[in-house]
Design a protein around this ligand. Structure first.
Ligand code: FAD
Length: 496
């Protein structure tokens, strides 16, 4: 857990706010800080060598968003492209935000944060980082720590252990570590996995591969969507200002998302039937939709993955890709044998098997010399943690675009900073109220509500939620867009 701070060669720098992570959340946080507190100093540290987080790390063929960019983009910067964007387009958008708002001078890449210790006496954090290029330790102090570290480990993906994997003669590649020189032209590729990443990779690889097989243990819900919203096309044809187009199309997507969420709770079987029927229309005659695309879970218990223009289904229809729903018995030197006795010959295997959930960037936290065991803590409205002073975090929506919540959290954190100033407080800490003394602590995620594999695998490491406000999280955007902006920041928080 928490390590004592090692000696550092460079002098300690102090900033008013230290942001960890320069992905879409960290850049958003920096923008809001700049807007609300132009006089305050802040620095953004990121372990990667460039900005964008997820969109910097993922460089596999076809890497793209799953959400529409009208809601995945920020509220404050209009999106000018098609709804579904490539990783490169998202990186360019983020670079523009950095450039247009003078954020570049605040961001330091190649800095991995390792430890953060709060001192109540000094009312500040001491934060240790390592320069990734040299291994040199660097130390900061800060009044407020803003964690925008995302939710998974960037340095390695999740790969289950399969018998005989080491025997396989060809490359085994995880999408998080895609080798620049890997050419799948004319090759037989097996992609293991059924999520959004597999659905993105398969049509892209199928353009040149001999054949791509999607090998999945269990199915995922997919929905085909146009790459561009027709409303955006119309508004652009009418030369409507981009700011208006952004806002109008955003609202159209909110509405659509809200309706799907409502149906998933109130009429799950109707939604299931609709999704299956839509997929059936795009698949070859006689295709076993029930077996390959009808998950056991309720729609929205995991994200419904978008297939732009139905490209995955087109690849299947054209015979360039196929789906096998089965488990892996063993690897051989030239393929995979499945439990039901099939053999899938392969030259390349792609393990699109997901992430390892990461808790606060694997940083060792301590408060007044005591290591923080997050498993005993509860969330405060999904942006702070009980007993941890002057620390906010960003965690986006599972079902709606992540950035919708990143924007809402940025606003509420800035409001919290204003409240601290109004009260003349140097610190603010979420603290259970007397009436919460016997509150039941619930898991970080309720599997009835959301049961993605990466969440269930790791939630024993995560903090918890309570059974009442303000100790809950995982609300939906249509609720939080009205509740978070007016949340009572005196309830459950102790200012000193
Ligand atoms: C391939 C892929 C596609 C996705 N598509 C969508 C989508 O379409 N819509 C959607 O809503 N969500 C999507 N997601 C989820 C996605 O991760 C988020 O939407 C969003 O990009 C997260 O942004 P973030 O800035 O919070 O975190 P990240 O993008 O994960 O960035 C976090 C940053 O923090 C840095 N960091 C972490 N720990 C430390 C540390 N200890 N020290 C220093 N730096 C640290 C990391 O290096 C990283 O740069 C997708 C995820 C993946 C993997």
């Amino acid at each position: 857990m928490a390590t004592p701070h090692p000696p550092v060669a460079t002098p300690t720098a102090h900033v008013d706010v230290l942001v960890v992570g320069a992905g879409i959340s960290g850049i958003g946080a920096a923008y809001h800080l700049r807007q609300h507190f132009p006089e305050r100093s802040f620095t953004v540290l990121d372990a990667l060598d460039g900005a964008g987080g997820t969109w910097w790390t993922h460089r596999y063929p076809g890497a793209r968003s799953d959400s529409d960019l009208f809601t995945f983009g920020y509220s404050f910067k209009p999106w000018r492209g098609p709804s579904i964007a490539t990783a490169q387009e998202i990186r360019s958008y983020l670079e523009e935000v950095v450039e247009e708002n003078g954020l570049g001078e605040h961001i330091r890449h190649g800095h991995r944060v390792t430890a953060a210790s709060w001192s109540s006496e000094d009312a500040r954090w001491t934060v240790d980082a390592v320069r990734t290029s040299t291994g040199e330790p660097v130390r900061f102090t800060t009044d407020f720590l803003w964690m925008c570290q995302g939710y998974y480990r960037h340095d390695a993906g999740y790969v289950p252990r399969w018998p005989g994997l080491e025997r396989f003669a060809g490359p085994v590649v995880h999408p998080q570590r895609w080798p620049e020189d890997l050419d799948c032209t004319g090759k037989r590729v097996v992609v293991i996995g059924s999520g959004a990443t597999a659905a993105t990779l398969i049509p892209a690889l199928a353009e040149t591969a001999e054949h791509v097989t999607m090998l999945q243990r269990t199915p995922t819900f997919f929905i085909a969507r146009p790459r561009t919203h027709e409303l955006a096309t119309t508004l652009r044809e009418l030369d409507v200002p981009e700011e208006w187009t952004h806002e109008i199309v955003r609202r159209a997507y909110f509405k659509q998302g809200e309706e799907v969420t409502r149906m998933s709770f109130e009429e799950p079987e109707k939604l299931r039937a609709f999704l299956l029927e839509e997929m059936r229309k795009l698949l070859p005659e006689g295709f076993d939709v029930e077996r390959h695309f009808n998950p056991a879970y309720r729609p929205w218990q995991q994200r419904i993955a978008v297939v732009p223009e139905g490209d995955l289904f087109t690849a299947i229809r054209d015979g360039r890709a196929s789906v096998v729903t089965d488990t892996i018995e063993e690897f051989t030197d030239d393929g995979i044998r499945t439990s039901s006795g099939h053999f899938l010959a392969a030259d390349v295997v792609v393990t699109a098997t997901g992430f390892d959930l990461s808790l606060f960037g694997e940083i060792a936290f301590a408060v007044d010399g005591e290591p923080v065991d997050f498993t005993e803590r509860v969330t405060y409205r999904g942006f702070m943690v009980s007993g941890v002073p002057n620390m906010a975090y960003v965690f986006g929506y599972f079902r709606s675009s992540w950035t919708l919540r990143a924007d809402l959290v940025s606003e509420v954190v800035c409001r919290l900073m204003v409240r601290m100033k109004e009260r003349g407080a140097r610190s603010v800490v979420p603290t259970l109220r007397p009436e919460d003394a016997d509150m039941a602590l619930l898991p970080w995620a309720d599997p009835e509500n959301f049961n993605a594999g990466y969440v269930l695998r790791s939630q024993h490491r995560m903090f918890r939620q309570g059974d009442r406000e303000p100790w809950t999280h995982m609300r939906e955007f249509h609720e939080e867009r009205t509740t978070l902006p007016v949340a009572d920041l005196d309830d459950g928080l102790v200012y000193r």
